[in-house]
Design a protein around this ligand. Structure first.
Ligand code: NAI
Length: 331
């Protein structure tokens, strides 16, 4: 039998946490033959709710779940974890300036970076979900220098999956037949959902999305806006932000990272930029990646047209500005 993998979920008493922990305990994240031990962290005001989640995990009698640590102690939460999914953060409240939200999250991610660096298992893989996701991940990277930069990522898979979903609805095809969309840049409204290399499996072979949709105005306009604004549309409809889709995307992200992407398919991940595609280096930027043996690699050599170039630069500039704002909060 396989040794259990320890998976940390921070902000586990929140709404994404509530959707995510049962998925992990059912094997959605790491496979149906992989036992897990869940580490759940939240802050003291949420301690009782967190304990309620732990009670429900016991009540669900998940065969793969070999243990649950539910705590408000960061060190206890981080000790020995192989995978860390960072969902906890400070939300933007009415009347708050962007800088205030940034400042709160910078201090959270700075202290949690140290705890992970000192207490997590060697080679721990980190996924930051909490917003501003790219910049929180960057702060985590900066303050955990002994964790390799390649182990620190942020979630843009939800945006990637939203793009697949929109193409599937537009063409009335199975979502599983659509692949290789790309989310470039920031997990924010400046992200660029790119279909220029995306394809659909059809009875007569793989066809480019652009050839099938035959509506460049929609692809270059409404499609992009729908994906960029989908989070806001969910809040409007549900009066709560996306949770089940975010949890599911977090599982997709880790599963593909650990178990690999399938041949000919790439996914989007926010990773530490080396300046590929002339994106700014030294920020966490979402790229198309393939994964093998637990490591991601940026897909190289894709053609970038003029419209795309502008959009890659715009979202890159926003990330550079967020980085500066984050640093100004530190000093
Ligand atoms: P929520 O407010 O329901 O839950 C957040 C939880 O984090 C709360 O239980 C809170 O007590 C906890 N928390 C706050 N500070 C903490 C700390 N220092 N350590 C540990 N836990 C802490 O929020 P929800 O809906 O679960 O969303 C969580 C985050 O995910 C938000 O920042 C949201 O913006 C972000 N998000 C990101 C997405 C993405 O695609 N990257 C998609 C959807 C949401």
């Amino acid at each position: 039998a396989k040794e259990p993998v320890r998976v940390l979920v921070t902000g586990a008493a929140g709404q994404i946490g509530y959707a995510l922990v049962p998925m992990i305990a059912r094997g959605v994240m790491l496979g149906a033959d992989q036992p897990v031990i869940l580490h759940m962290l939240d802050i003291p005001p949420a301690a009782e709710a967190l304990n309620g989640v732990k009670m429900e995990l016991v009540d669900a009698a998940f065969p793969l779940l070999k243990g649950v640590v539910a705590t408000t102690d960061v060190v206890e939460a981080c000790t020995g974890v192989n995978i860390a999914v960072m969902v906890g953060g400070f939300p933007r409240k009415e009347g708050m300036e962007r800088k205030d939200v940034m400042s709160k999250n910078v201090s959270i991610y700075k202290s949690q970076a140290s705890a992970l660096e000192q207490h997590a298992a060697p080679n721990c893989k980190v996924l930051v979900v909490a917003n501003p996701a790219n910049t929180n991940a960057l702060i985590l990277k900066e303050f955990a220098p002994s964790i390799p930069a390649k182990n620190i990522t942020c979630l843009t898979r939800l945006d990637h999956n939203r793009a697949l979903g929109q193409i599937s609805e537009k063409l009335n095809v199975q979502v599983s037949d659509v692949k290789n969309v790309i989310i470039w840049g920031n997990h924010s409204s400046t992200q660029y959902p790119d279909v220029n290399h995306a394809t659909v499996k059809t009875p007569s072979g793989e066809k480019p999305v652009r050839e099938l949709v035959k509506d460049d105005a929609w692809l270059n306009g409404e499609f992009i806006t729908i994906v960029q604004q989908r989070g806001a549309a969910i809040i409007k409809a549900r009066k709560l932000s996306s949770a089940l889709s975010a949890a599911s995307a977090a599982c997709d992200h880790i599963r593909d990272w650990v178990l690999g992407t399938s041949e000919g398919t790439w996914v989007s991940m926010g990773v530490y930029s080396d300046g590929s595609y002339n994106a700014p280096a030294g920020v966490i930027y979402s790229f198309p990646v393939t994964c093998r043996n637990g490591e991601w690699t940026i897909v190289q050599g894709l053609a970038i047209d003029e419209l795309s170039r502008k959009k890659l630069d715009l979202t890159g500039a926003e990330l550079t500005e967020e980085k500066e704002l984050a640093y100004s909060c530190l000093s």
